[in-house]
Write a protein that binds this ligand. Structure first.
Ligand SMILES: [Zn+2]
Length: 67
């Protein structure tokens, strides 16, 4: 699955998982409009890594530092 081109809507939290460990992600919103998260990050507690959301696009490229 390719997440990189998705706009970050909160409903997506139901289907988004960490691309490395398939664990649950926690959404932290820094800025949002009525439908989308504009900036913030998705956090994988298992791997202790953050996936940034920049201009509504979640960057779920697997990081190197995942535990
Ligand atoms: Zn993970």
């Amino acid at each position: 699955m390719v997440y990189s081109y998705l706009v970050m809507k909160k409903e997506l939290m139901d289907i988004l998982v960490c691309p490395v460990c398939k664990g649950k992600l926690t959404l932290t919103v820094e800025k949002e409009n009525s439908h989308e998260v504009v900036s913030g990050y998705l956090y994988c507690a298992k791997g202790d890594v953050k996936y940034p959301i920049i201009d509504t696009i979640p960057n779920l490229l697997p990081p190197e530092k995942h535990r």
